[in-house]
Design a binder for this molecule. Structure first.
Ligand code: GDP
Ligand code: MG
Length: 299
C-alpha cells in the first residue's frame, strides 16, 4: 500500500463545526470551539497521522461576506489556505439547505479550482431520514469528489472521512514529523484559550469586539508567566468583561489558566488587563500580532 500526504484546507461558513472536526481528527484540542460564529480568526495547521498517510489540515476562519478589515482578512486567510492546499474539505450543516451563503462559498471555491470533498456535519442533531435529502440537495451545487455525512462532535464517520481525504491526496512522504501536532505557537494558543473563555462567559455584543494580545510570555523555573491585554471597543464592554468587583474577569482568568496549565504541562500565572481601543479591528499591527497579517500564507 502506498503512503499519501498533502495539505487539506477545511473551509465553510462560520459555526459549521470546522474547528471541532479538526480537533477530532487530530485527537487533541488544537483549535478553540464556540457556539458563537466567527471563533477561528487565523489559520491553524494540524497534522493527522494515519497508517495510510499523513493529512495536514488547515483550519480556517469562516467564509462569509466581510464587513470589517478584520473580517476581510479572516476570509482572505481562509481563501489563501484553500489556494495553497491540494484538496479542499468543505463543511456544511445537515440542517441547513444550500442557500446564498453556500453559493458564496461555491463561487470562491470554483475560482480556486481545486478538487473539493464535501462533509455534511452535525448528523447527530437530526433524524437519519433527513440525511439523504441533504446529500441530494448538495450534490446539485457543485461537482464534488466525495460527499460524506459526519458528526464532528461524536466522531461518527470521521475515520471514514479521513480515509477518503487520503485517497484524494498524492503519493508522498510525511510532510511533518509524526509527533508534530500543530504549528500554533504557544503565545497564539494562549491568546486563543483566553478568547475561548471570554466567548463562553459573556453574551452577545461583547465577544465579537474582543481581541487578545499577549504582552509578555516567559518561563522561569517551570512557571509560565503570561500577561495579556484584552482589547474592547467601548467602555461599556470593558465594564461587562470585568464584572461586578472584577468577578467576571477573575473567572475568565482562572478558567483560562487551568486550561493553559493542562495543555502546557506547567504552572502558570496569567495577568489580564482590559483596554478600550476603539478601532483595533482595523489596526494592521494588532492584526499581525494575532496571526492575521495580510500576507500570511498557508505554509
Ligand atoms: P467553526 O466556526 O466552523 O470552527 O465551528 P466550531 O467548531 O467552533 O463549532 C461551532 C458550534 O457547533 C460549537 O458549539 C460546536 O460544539 C458545534 N458542533 C460542531 N460540530 C458538531 C456536530 O457534529 N454536532 C453538533 N450537534 N454540534 C456540533
Ligand atoms: Mg473555527
Amino acid at each position: 500500500m502506498s503512503f499519501r500526504s498533502g495539505f487539506v484546507a477545511v473551509v465553510g461558513r462560520p459555526n459549521v463545526g470546522k474547528s471541532t472536526l479538526v480537533n477530532h481528527m487530530v485527537g487533541q484540542k488544537v483549535a478553540i470551539v464556540s457556539d458563537k460564529p466567527q471563533t477561528t480568526r487565523a489559520r491553524i495547521l494540524a497534522v493527522v497521522n494515519r497508517p495510510a498517510g499523513q493529512i495536514v489540515l488547515l483550519d480556517t476562519p469562516g467564509i462569509h461576506k466581510p464587513m470589517h478589515r478584520m473580517n476581510q482578512q479572516m476570509v482572505e486567510s481562509a481563501l489563501s489556505s484553500a489556494r495553497q492546499a491540494e484538496l479542499v474539505l468543505w463543511l456544511v450543516e445537515v440542517s441547513e439547505a444550500p442557500g446564498p451563503g453556500e453559493r458564496f462559498v461555491r463561487e470562491q471555491l470554483r475560482r480556486i479550482g481545486h478538487p473539493v470533498v464535501l462533509a455534511i456535519n452535525k448528523i447527530d442533531s437530526v433524524r437519519k431520514p433527513r440525511i439523504l435529502p441533504a446529500i441530494d440537495a448538495y450534490r446539485r451545487l457543485m461537482d464534488f469528489q466525495e460527499i460524506v455525512p459526519v458528526s464532528a462532535l461524536t466522531g461518527e464517520n470521521v475515520d471514514r472521512l479521513a480515509e477518503l481525504l487520503l485517497a484524494h491526496l498524492p503519493e508522498g512522504d510525511r510532510l511533518y514529523p509524526e509527533d508534530f501536532l500543530s504549528d500554533q505557537p504557544g503565545r497564539l494558543f494562549v491568546a486563543e484559550i483566553v478568547r475561548e473563555q471570554i466567548l463562553a462567559q459573556t453574551r452577545e455584543e461583547v465577544p465579537y469586539s474582543v481581541g487578545v494580545v499577549i504582552d509578555s510570555f516567559a518561563e522561569t523555573d517551570g512557571l509560565l508567566r503570561i500577561e495579556a491585554s484584552v482589547l474592547v471597543e467601548r467602555e461599556s464592554q470593558k465594564g461587562i468583561l470585568i464584572g461586578r468587583a472584577g468577578q467576571r474577569l477573575k473567572a475568565i482568568g482562572t478558567a483560562a489558566r487551568h486550561q493553559i496549565e493542562a495543555q502546557m504541562g506547567a504552572r502558570a500565572y496569567l495577568g489580564l488587563f482590559v483596554k478600550v481601543q476603539r478601532d483595533w479591528r482595523e489596526d494592521p499591527a494588532i492584526l499581525e500580532s494575532m496571526g492575521l497579517g495580510a500576507d500570511r500564507g498557508a505554509r
